[in-house]
Write a protein that binds this ligand. Structure first.
Ligand code: MTE
Ligand code: MO
Length: 221
């Protein structure tokens, strides 16, 4: 007879849960915030959605768009839009915080969670940083942990409609827990690196990480 105190044999789900616990899956790293402190310091709320970029608006159709994932990964990827949308789909609701002091609440995004992308490309042991490459020549860098945040995704839709060209369509990155300059529009390539490589704004005086709650706006902050 089975000993009542003996734990049942580990199911596959239990093992997955243990792995997620080790990796901190589903942990937001965020402390629940009361409504009055939902706005990071120095930010003001806006209802509309400003457009900010280098002034070029690359015109790439879904048909011509490709995503190139390369560098320190076990599996390099080169997806067209239909291969991209054949991946697991996630819907996340999140707030935008732009370094120019506007914030916008409750943006509904749909696309591929960065965690699911990581499952597909499998970063090598040495990979610790990610650089996003965009069709307008823009780049931005992230630590792998920031890229892998549980609410970060490669978004193709906003509020249930295809992401507009001016906001980075066909596909942009969204990393809600950092200032919005990290959320690369018109995404073209994702490069995994062992060493950090500051991007467009990061070499022009912006903070390397950009945490709005710590007001990491400029490299002097
Ligand atoms: N490719 C690309 N992505 C970019 C930028 C850019 O100039 N080019 N600007 C960044 C900045 S500074 C901000 S605040 C947000 C603005 O996104 P939005 O125009 O959708 O509001 O995009 C970020 N991603
Ligand atoms: Mo910005």
């Amino acid at each position: 007879m089975a000993d009542e105190n003996e734990p049942p044999p580990e199911s596959k789900l239990t093992r997955s849960k243990q792995r997620w616990a080790r990796e901190g899956k589903f942990l937001t790293g965020k402390v629940a915030r009361p409504e009055e402190s939902r706005l990071p310091p120095g930010q003001h709320l806006t209802k509309d959605w400003p457009t900010l970029d280098l002034g070029l608006t690359p015109n790439i159709s879904r048909e011509h768009w490709r995503l190139d994932v390369y560098g320190a990964v076990e599996a390099t990827l080169f997806w067209d839009f239909s291969e991209f949308t054949a991946q697991p789909q996630s819907r996340f609701l999140s707030d935008i915080h732009c370094v120019t002091t506007w914030s916008r609440y409750d943006n509904q995004w749909e696309g591929l969670a960065t965690r699911d992308l990581l499952d597909a490309c499998r970063p090598r042991e040495e990979a610790r940083f990610v650089v996003l490459h965009c069709h307008d020549g823009y780049t931005t860098n992230l630590a792998l942990e920031d890229f892998a945040a549980e609410d970060a995704l490669l978004a193709h839709s906003w509020s249930g409609t295809p992401l507009e060209q001016e906001h980075g369509g066909p596909v942009r990155l969204v990393v809600p827990h950092l200032y919005f300059w990290k959320s690369a529009k018109w995404l073209q390539g994702i490069e995994f690196l062992a060493e950090d490589k500051p991007g467009y704004w990061e070499v022009r005086g912006y903070h390397n990480r950009g945490d709005p709650w710590a007001e990491q706006r400029y490299s002097s902050d």
